[in-house]
Design a protein around this ligand. Sequence first.
Ligand code: 5GP
Length: 131
Amino acid sequence: MTERVGTEPSVFTRILRGEIPSEIVLQTDDVFVIRDIAPQAPVHLLVIPKTDEHPDVVALAERDPRLLAEMVEVARVAATQAGATDFRLIFNTGPGAGQTVFHVHAHVLANPGTGLDEATMAGGMPDGEEA
Ligand code: 5GP
């Protein structure tokens, strides 16, 4: 299902409000982290700004680069917390790239332990994304 930012709160805003169950594994004042409901790797986290005003990473980078930098740092901490030293950070941007939720979010994909395994490197991408 695809959703657009509009009058309806995004699925991530609804999770933040507690309207949809999902454990928040890490948060700061401005960013929170949940596990993806359909994981594509042993570690698959979503790093999400608490504001839903930015639909994708291009808009976020233009409007609030500080928040984008905070998302990257939170991704690093969340991956470390999950036991991953290395990780992939993916922003699906636009429906053609597989973006389905238009509340900017970063996918953190990793394997606990050392870096990523070859299977993940070869194809464990979120739906619609090609390396
Ligand atoms: P996108 O396709 O927009 O890049 O990523 C959206 C992600 O949100 C998908 O990987 C999807 O599995 C995840 N997702 C959608 N709904 C929920 C939900 O209710 N809970 C959680 N934890 N993840 C969700």
